[in-house]
Design a protein around this ligand. Structure first.
Ligand code: PGA
Length: 249
């Protein structure tokens, strides 16, 4: 049975001390065994985060990685490097990576393959932009993103995939998809996977919602049948807010 997951994407926030403080504030947190909690600090703090979370159930993931194994890619981090410090999960395809660093679904397909070669779990982000939602093409857009980046995977590889539907118009804007809009898209995504693979694969994949999730709206979104938790940006930087969101899962 798929798990609920609440993952905090800390983006380019927090220095070393602030990162440690936030982790310490989250550590006493008690959450259901049906829920997984993840945090994604900056690359520079992953070692520290891994050490600080050795005891407890908080999992640490990276915000990105390169598709290549090694080589002349100044400023980049490989899957093998992450693995060597005990990190075996990564966010790929976040809309900010797509928008500011030109990451395409074709490039992301390669990153996903590299991550899986290293036995890493992938939180794969995707979602439509505002003009696409307004034009009514959001289902098509999402379908193309998933088909291009993920639908060449084998059924068994899907056990390492976590999906994060993040409508770009809802990220960091304070505007959230309504619970019905989230459910409608998540059900569509699950249907797509079921038609490409088998129902068992589709039933097993956790599909998170992301985009302005806050303590006030988390439970109404998370209670939707096909919403299996959330990828949280801004609200994950505040221990009380993130705790309240985890407790809504
Ligand atoms: P937000 O970010 O919660 O601040 O909207 C979500 C995300 O970027 O994953």
């Amino acid at each position: 049975m798929r798990k609920k997951i609440v993952a905090g994407n800390w983006k380019m926030n927090n220095n070393k001390r602030e990162t440690a403080e936030l982790i310490q504030a989250l550590k006493p947190l008690n959450f259901s065994t049906d829920v997984r909690v993840m945090i994604a600090p900056a690359f520079t703090h992953l070692v520290q985060a891994e050490e600080l979370t050795q005891v407890g159930r908080i999992e640490v993931l990276a915000q990105n990685m390169n598709a290549s194994e090694s080589g002349a890619f100044t400023g980049e981090i490989s899957a093998g490097m992450l693995h060597s410090i005990g990190i075996n999960k990564v966010i790929l395809g976040h809309s900010e990576r797509r928008a500011y660093y030109n990451e395409t679904d074709v490039a992301l397909k390669q990153k996903v393959e590299t991550a899986l070669t290293h036995d890493m779990e992938v939180v794969f982000c995707f979602g439509e932009e505002l003009d696409q939602r307004k034009a009514g093409t959001h289902f098509e857009v999402v379908q193309t993103q998933l088909e291009t980046a993920l639908f060449d995977l084998s059924a068994s590889q899907w056990s390492k995939i976590i999906l994060a539907y993040e409508p770009v118009w809802a990220i960091g804007t304070g505007e959230t998809a309504s619970p019905d809009q989230a459910q409608e898209m998540h059900a569509f995504i699950r249907g797509l996977i079921a038609s490409k693979y088998i129902q068992e694969v589709s039933d097993g994949v956790s599909i998170l919602y992301g985009g302005s999730v806050k303590p006030a709206n988390a439970s109404s979104i998370f209670s939707q049948a096909d919403v299996d938790g959330g990828l949280i940006g801004g609200a994950a930087l505040n221990a009380d807010d993130f705790t309240a969101i985890i407790q809504s899962a």
